[in-house]
Write a protein that binds this ligand. Structure first.
Ligand code: ATP
Length: 456
C-alpha cells in the first residue's frame, strides 16, 4: 500500500478524525479541529502516555500548570531574547525563508550554532539561490520570536503583556520546589505534564505535523549530577519501547543523536526520535539532557532556592534534568500512518483498514444486529458495553458494508447479534479486525473478553 498524506487527510476528514479549522468561514490556515473519532484517539494517546509515564511509574508524578505565566519565566528560560528563527525575505519574489534551512537544503551543511552573520556570509559566498525563484537577492536576517503575545486586562501596554507558553516544561521547573516539598519525593523523580503549547511557526504545514497550537507530553526527570547520562539512556530506551508497544514499527523509527556541534549550548546529549512520515523522516520526540540549566536560570531570575537537599549524603545540589518531549499531534499522525492499510482480501476487493492498537482505537467494538428486528436486544448489548468503553452501534446496510466502515476507523472488534443469539445460545459472533476471523462468545463473557483484548 502506498500511504500518502492525501489518503490520510481524506480519511481523517471523511470519517470525523480531523477537520480543517473554522471551515465554514473559509478556514484558518494550519488550524485543525478534532472530530468525534479524533478526540477519542487523541485522548487515548494521552491516556496511554499517562499510564506508562505516571500511573505505572514509581518515579513520576503529574502536574497541570497554567498556560499563561509570569513573563519573568520566559526571561529565565531564554525565550525572550532567544527562541527565535532567523528569517530572510527574497527581495525578488517576496517569499520568506529560514536562513538555516536555506543552507541545509542547499548543500547539507548544518549551521546549528552559527551566528546570523556567519549564515548570511555563507549564503552570499555559496551564492545560494531562492528556492522559489532562483534569484540571489535576500534581505538581511531578522530574528523572529516564536511566542504568541497577548494582553491581560483592559490596558494594552507593555506592563500587561503576556505570552502563551511555547512549551509546557517551564511550568514544571517553576513548580519544582512545590512538588518536591509536597510529595516528599527523593531524587531521582520526574514530573509529567500534558498540555497545550503555542508557537507562531513561520513554516507550518504537513497537515498536523507542524502547527501553531499543539499539545505536548513532557517529562522533566530530576536526577543527581553525574547520574544524568545513565538516566538519559534509561529514558531513551523507555520512550522507544513505549512507541514499539503501541505498534510503531522499528523500521519506521530512527534515533538520531545530535553531534556535539548541533547540541544546544546547555545540553549534554540530545536524541531526536524521527518517524518515517508519508512526506519523509520528521522529528517525533526529542529526548534531551538539559543539565541544571533551567533550574539555575530560575534560581538566578527569581532569587528563590530551587536546589535539593540530599538527606542521605547531607549535600545540597541543583539537580540535572532529562527531558523527553513529545507532541501529541505528531504521534497522532505517526499512528495514523502506521495503522493505515489497503488490503486486497479477494481478487479486486480492497478494504481500507486502520490497524490501531486496540487501546488507541476510538471505538473498542461495534454492535451490529443482523436484522432490524433484533434492534432492541442488540441495543441492550450496546448499552451494557458502553458502560465500560466507547462502542459504536450500526444497523444500516449489509453486514459486509458495516464491517468495512468499522475497519476504516480501526474498530478492533465487530459484534454481530443474530437470530441464534436470541433464540438459541445467548452468544454473539465477534469478528477480529486484523485477522477477520470470527468466534462465538457468550454475552455474559463479552466485557471480560474485550477488556482482556484492549489491555495496555
Ligand atoms: P522542530 O525542529 O520540528 O520545530 P523542535 O525541535 O523545535 O521541533 P521541541 O522544541 O524539541 O521541538 O519540542 C518537542 C516536541 O514538541 C517535538 O518533538 C514535537 O513532537 C512537538 N512540537 C514542537 N513544535 C511543534 C509544532 N509546531 N507542531 C506540532 N508539534 C510540535
Amino acid at each position: 500500500t502506498e500511504k500518502t498524506m492525501d489518503k490520510i487527510v481524506a480519511l481523517c476528514k471523511g470519517r470525523g478524525f480531523v477537520y480543517p479549522g473554522s471551515e465554514i468561514y473559509g478556514g484558518l490556515a494550519n488550524t485543525w479541529d478534532y472530530g468525534p473519532l479524533g478526540v477519542e484517539l487523541k485522548n487515548n494517546i494521552k491516556q496511554a502516555w499517562r499510564k506508562k509515564f505516571v500511573q505505572e511509574n514509581k518515579y513520576n508524578v503529574g502536574l497541570d500548570s497554567a498556560i499563561l505565566m509570569n513573563p519573568q519565566t520566559w526571561v529565565a528560560s531564554g525565550h525572550i531574547g532567544g527562541f527565535s528563527d532567523p528569517l530572510m525575505d527574497c527581495k525578488e519574489c517576496k517569499t520568506r525563508h529560514r536562513a538555516d534551512n536555506l543552507i541545509e537544503d542547499f548543500d547539507g551543511t548544518n549551521p546549528a550554532g552559527w551566528s546570523n552573520e556567519q549564515m548570511m556570509n555563507y549564503i552570499k559566498e555559496k551564492e545560494i539561490p531562492c528556492p522559489s525563484c532562483g534569484k540571489k537577492n535576500f534581505t538581511d536576517i531578522r530574528q523572529f520570536n516564536l511566542m504568541f503575545k497577548t494582553f491581560q486586562g483592559v490596558t494594552e501596554d507593555s506592563k500587561s503583556e503576556l505570552y502563551l507558553r511555547p512549551e509546557t516544561a517551564q511550568g514544571i521547573f517553576v513548580n519544582f520546589a512545590n512538588i518536591q516539598r509536597t510529595t516528599r519525593k527523593k531524587i531521582p523523580f520526574g514530573v509529567a505534564q500534558v498540555g497545550k503549547s503555542f508557537r507562531n511557526e513561520i513554516t507550518p504545514g504537513n497537515f498536523i505535523f507542524r502547527v501553531r497550537e499543539f499539545e505536548q507530553m513532557e517529562l522533566e526527570f530530576f536526577c543527581k549530577p553525574g547520574t544524568d547520562l545513565e538516566w538519559f539512556d534509561y529514558w531513551r530506551s523507555f520512550c522507544k519501547n513505549w512507541l514499539l508497544s503501541l505498534h510503531i514499527k522499528e523500521e519506521n523509527l530512527r534515533l538520531r543523536d545530535h553531534d556535539p556541534e548541533e547540541l544546544c549550548f546547555y545540553s549534554k546529549a540530545t536524541t531526536d526520535f524521527e518517524y518515517l512520515f508519508p512526506f519523509g523522516w520528521g522529528e517525533l520526540w526529542g529526548v534531551a539532557d538539559r543539565t541544571d540549566y533551567d533550574l539555575n536560570q530560575h534560581i538566578k531570575t527569581s532569587g528563590k532556592q530551587l536546589d535539593y537537599f540530599d538527606p542521605e549524603t547531607n549535600e545540597r545540589y541543583v539537580p540535572y534534568v532529562i527531558e523527553p518531549s513529545l507532541g501529541v499531534e505528531r504521534l497522532f499522525l505517526a499512528l495514523l500512518t502506521e495503522a493505515y492499510d489497503e488490503e486486497e482480501i479477494a481478487p479486486g476487493d480492497v478494504r481500507t483498514v486502520m490497524h490501531f492498537h486496540p487501546a488507541l482505537a476510538p471505538f473498542k467494538a461495534a454492535v451490529l444486529p443482523l436484522s432490524k428486528k433484533l434492534s432492541e436486544k442488540a441495543t441492550e448489548v450496546y448499552e451494557m458495553l458502553a458502560k465500560h468503553f466507547p462502542v459504536d452501534y450500526d444497523e444500516s446496510g449489509s453486514i459486509g458494508k458495516r464491517y468495512r466502515r468499522q475497519d476504516e476507523i480501526g474498530t478492533p472488534f465487530c459484534i454481530t447479534y443474530d437470530f441464534d443469539t436470541l433464540e438459541k445460545d445467548n452468544c454473539v459472533t465477534i469478528r477480529d479486525r486484523d485477522t477477520m476471523e470470527q468466534e462465538r462468545v457468550a454475552i455474559s463473557d463479552l466485557v471480560a473478553y474485550l477488556e482482556k483484548k484492549i489491555e495496555f
